[in-house]
Design a protein around this ligand. Sequence first.
Ligand code: SF4
Ligand code: SF4
Length: 381
Amino acid sequence: MFSPADAGRMLLKPFPQPELGSLPDIAARSGRQSRTTPQVAENLPRKMAQHRPAPGLRPEQEEEWVAGGAVAWVADREGGAAGEWARRKHRGTDRFKRGLFVRVAIASGKGGTGKTTVATNLAWVAAQEEKSVVYLDCDVEEPNGQIFLRPAVSWRKPVTVPVPNVDLAVCDYCGQCGEICQFSAIVCVGERVLVFPELCHSCGGCDLACPLSAITEVPREIGTLMAGHRGPLRYVQGLLNIGEAMSPPVIRAVKAEAREEDLVIIDAPPGTACPVVEAVRDCDHVLLVTEPTPFGLHDLNLALDTVQTLEIPCEVVINRAGLNGSATEEFCRRRGVEIVAEFPDSRRVAEAYSRGELAAESDPEFRDRFRSLLAHIEELR
Ligand code: SF4
Ligand code: SF4
């Protein structure tokens, strides 16, 4: 097993995996200009030695992080596109692709289509069939899976992100930290260094750029993780603090809680922006939930574009089917995406929903439909 410091050193030399290359190679191949200045390169081993994987990782996850994830981690700090390139390379060797378990994201371009309904019912049905399953509520601005799954809470803990703290006794106000920051989150003005934690993306660039090592990272709380269980079903949710703008770190923290379960169900946030990309990007499969309305179709189109850009296999689930199905079917045919399940519009299910009850619990027909969808997902392994 490599140590983090080894990983850092390897990044400064040709990496043993020839297809990855060095950090500047990664950036160049992704079409971005490298921001690796000599100062950054000099500071990188120190930074990597300080860095520890997220708390709570099991030994094999930690090993995986060090062996390959470090490349993605550092490349991510180099820039989004480079990070994505490295992650894709890394994904081919990680445990998900070794068939140890399947990670399925339930997403939709539009809120209110029934994404949480599908995700919670699927998780419940899997647990009923004694599958090893975890439900991860990554809709961290409004997690509501717990309303339906009603887990017994085991623990809560804060989610923090590292932000810079400047030691003014060491700083000589050279301004290099402000020059490398792409978000104006740290600015050197005369003999003052101003830090704006809310703007900071925790990329670590200013720390790497500082020639005097005057910057250390301090944690800033941005949300909360909560975990629990309902019988054999494990439940994890993230909640972004009110007023916080960046949900991806909370989503990453939720996803890091997936453990040895065979099936990981990710309830993704709605939309097509950073939060949904963060939720789905290392998944094996995405189910896009839509409703047969013009609004549903419009947003399905956007969601499909997003998932196909990320090159993740996806299929469509129609909720409240029967309203105006032909347009959705025609759209899916045209876009070459399969409809794998349909859940009919049902007054009984709507009433159960309004009481916070699961459709699969209250209606045998829905239970059978979710069982069929689960069987389909299991074929993905
Ligand atoms: S790079 Fe370091 S020394 Fe220069 S202004 Fe920033 S904190 Fe101070
Ligand atoms: S860690 Fe924050 S302040 Fe430092 S360069 Fe990155 S975004 Fe800017």
